[in-house]
Design a protein around this ligand. Structure first.
Ligand code: BG6
Length: 602
């Protein structure tokens, strides 16, 4: 997935484009570029590397009141200067930035080359400016040319284009997110609101098939036939400060430390007198539901496993399917199926496609997401927000905790609605203890030994994370976090699974982090001892009185609380271990290689 931005208005555009790209860099950081129009041609500045590399490559600040920008996560063609966006037509009159994948770019490229168009990159995107140029020649009208160009594209796209000599920005979307930012002095288009949040919080979420034309004083939205469309305006309730690092060295550390606040927001107003109160999902919402299917990717998949564990305990038949595997892996689907998309960004293509497949087969859909106005929220029958606030660090942290809490609350809703379900007997206690979770997280943050443990174990050969029940999804999440930001070999297992193969990898150079929540993890101690017997140092991540602490060399303490919440506290400890290990290894923690915050291509 890439980040695109466009700006038109009064005064120079370059600075705004560059700072907007910095706020979009969690979407990809393989290359960056801008194109500015200043009445004497379209000036393109681009290079491989990060926005900082682009800024230092600029001799002087380009002038011009309008322009487009791009930060790249490579799909077609390696991260080189030539493959960086913006791309132009042969004459350099049309410049385009794009987020998405053009599936039919090969045949379009061959057709255009046969007509004399010269290509400079390996990308799929480069066909777009050449197509626009082709149709401009035919129609003499740039807006019509953009419309015709996108009609020939197959795949997903959010594009922005500028044309030499025209004070206008043209844009279109299908399958990739695009939002219009409205301000008195200027208009913005971007892949996500953080790109222009410090300028305006007035936005229009564009839909598939929308064509947008901006000029310095007005904007126009039409469909592919050119018919004007009226779209509602929304106000984003995120604070621009949220988009900054504050006093922290990294967004990831800021977001880990932000969890007492983000969890308070997730919980606020959702517990009422020992029961859940979900304004988005009132009582009775799920009376017709028989089975639940979670679809998700990455960290969200582990949060879904956490939720599924709770739903099964309430007697609701539940499946967790890796979204990228949905077509081949999902079980039967019908009107009684509720497909739940767990996705913090609400834009992960694999997850969106899985939901579309499930609803096409009759399922009802629910989006559990962090982004109001995201595609997942707009396409689903219902949506519930995790309210974690913007998350910029590519490795998800606070959103996992808020997802798991939201799914635990959703479980109570479903358990009350689904005729065959049995609400948890200790529901009131569990909800009462949920109110203390933010405080408990605060205590973990203040008392953790994660930094010294990370320093002591950073030269290990591999890192294993084990757990049972709720601890299993936390172990998998701990391992994923460790892999994502340290680049070290780490794996998570159901504790009981270790002896059925992975134990062969265990030595005195492979610390084993054993996660225990106090529920369903009776055997974790035995499994940890099996690893210890092969020399592995054991790290217990558990409440102080858990039997695991008797055998472990090191203990990362988890405050006493209901097992459903103990797992999340253990996960905060593991987030910190990963962060400090990556810090010791001097890894680019917020922008780990080859990754992006959410991937909007399949
Ligand atoms: C990956 C991110 O691209 O997408 C992960 O690097 C994330 O951190 C995963 O968990 C799923 O993203 P989302 O937005 O669907 O939760």
């Amino acid at each position: 997935m890439c980040g695109i931005i466009a700006r038109i208005g009064h005064g120079d555009a370059a600075e705004t484009l560059l700072s907007g790209l910095e706020n979009l860099e969690y979407r990809g950081y393989d290359s960056a570029g801008i194109a500015v129009q200043n009445g004497s041609g379209v000036k393109v500045h681009k290079c491989s590397g990060e926005v900082d590399d682009l800024k230092s490559s600029l001799e002087s600040q380009p002038h011009g009141n309008m322009g487009i920008g791009h930060t790249r996560w490579s799909t077609h063609g390696p991260p080189t200067d030539a493959n960086a966006h913006p791309h132009t037509d042969t004459a350099g009159d049309v410049a385009v930035v794009h987020n998405g994948v053009i599936d039919n770019y090969d045949e379009l490229r061959t057709e255009l080359q046969a007509k004399g168009h010269e290509f400079e990159s390996d990308t799929d995107t480069e066909v777009i400016p050449h197509l626009i140029d082709e149709y401009r020649t035919e129609t003499g009208d740039s807006e019509e040319a953009v419309r015709r160009a996108v009609e020939t594209l197959e795949g997903s796209y959010a594009i922005a284009a500028i044309v030499d000599g025209e004070e206008a920005v043209y844009a279109a979307r299908k399958g990739s997110p695009l939002v219009l930012g409205l301000d008195d002095e200027e208009w913005f288009l971007a892949s996500d609101v953080p790109a222009f949040l410090d300028h305006t919080d007035e936005v229009i979420y564009l839909e598939d098939g929308d064509i947008v034309v901006l000029d310095p004083d007005s904007y126009r939205i039409t469909d592919l036939e050119g018919t004007p469309i009226d779209r509602s305006t929304d106000t984003v309730d995120w604070d621009p400060e949220d988009a900054g690092k504050g006093e922290y060295d990294h967004y990831m550390l800021k977001e880990i430390n932000n969890q007492p606040t983000s969890l308070s927001n997730t919980i606020e107003g959702r517990i009422d007198d020992g029961d859940v109160a979900l304004e988005e999902l009132p009582a009775g919402t799920f009376e017709d539901v028989e089975t639940v299917q979670f679809v998700a990717c990455g960290t969200s998949y582990h949060a879904a496993m956490y939720g599924a564990n709770l739903l099964r305990s309430a007697g609701i038949s539940t499946e967790v399917v890796r979204a990228s595997e949905y077509t081949s892996m999902s079980g039967p689907v019908d009107e009684g199926t509720l497909v739940v998309a767990v996705t913090q960004s609400g834009e992960t293509a694999d997850t969106l496609e899985a939901v579309r497949e499930a609803t096409a087969r009759g399922a009802r859909s629910l989006a559990v997401t962090n982004v109001v106005g995201s595609t997942a929220a707009r396409e689903a029958d219902d949506a519930i927000y995790i309210r974690a606030g913007p998350e910029v660090g590519v490795a998800a942290t606070k959103t996992f905790s808020s997802q798991a809490v939201t799914l635990a609350l959703l479980t109570q809703r479903l358990a009350a609605d689904v005729p065959t379900a049995t609400p948890a007997e200790d529901r009131e206690t569990m909800l009462e203890e949920l109110k203390e979770l933010p405080e408990h997280v605060e205590r973990v943050l203040e008392t953790t030994d994660a930094a010294s443990l990370a320093r002591d174990t950073v030269d290990s050969k591999s890192y294993f994370f084990i757990g049972n029940g709720l601890g299993h999804s936390v172990a998998l999440e701990g391992a994923l976090k460790f892999k994502e930001i340290t680049y070290e070999h780490a794996e998570g297992f159901a504790a009981g699974e270790l002896k059925h193969g992975p134990l062969a990898l265990v030595t005195d150079e492979t610390p084993v982090f054993a996660v225990a929540t106090g529920s369903g993890d009776g055997k974790t101690k035995t499994n940890a001892i099996e690893a210890q017997t092969r020399g592995a140092p054991i790290v217990a991540v558990s409440p102080d009185d858990h039997p695991l602490t008797d055998v472990a060399e090191v203990h990362l303490s988890v405050p006493d609380t209901h097992p459903v919440w103990a797992g999340l506290l253990a996960n905060v400890q593991l987030q910190l271990v990963s962060y400090h290990a990556a810090d010791v290894l001097e890894r680019p923690i917020d922008k780990p290689r080859n990754l992006a915050k959410s991937v909007t291509v399949e």
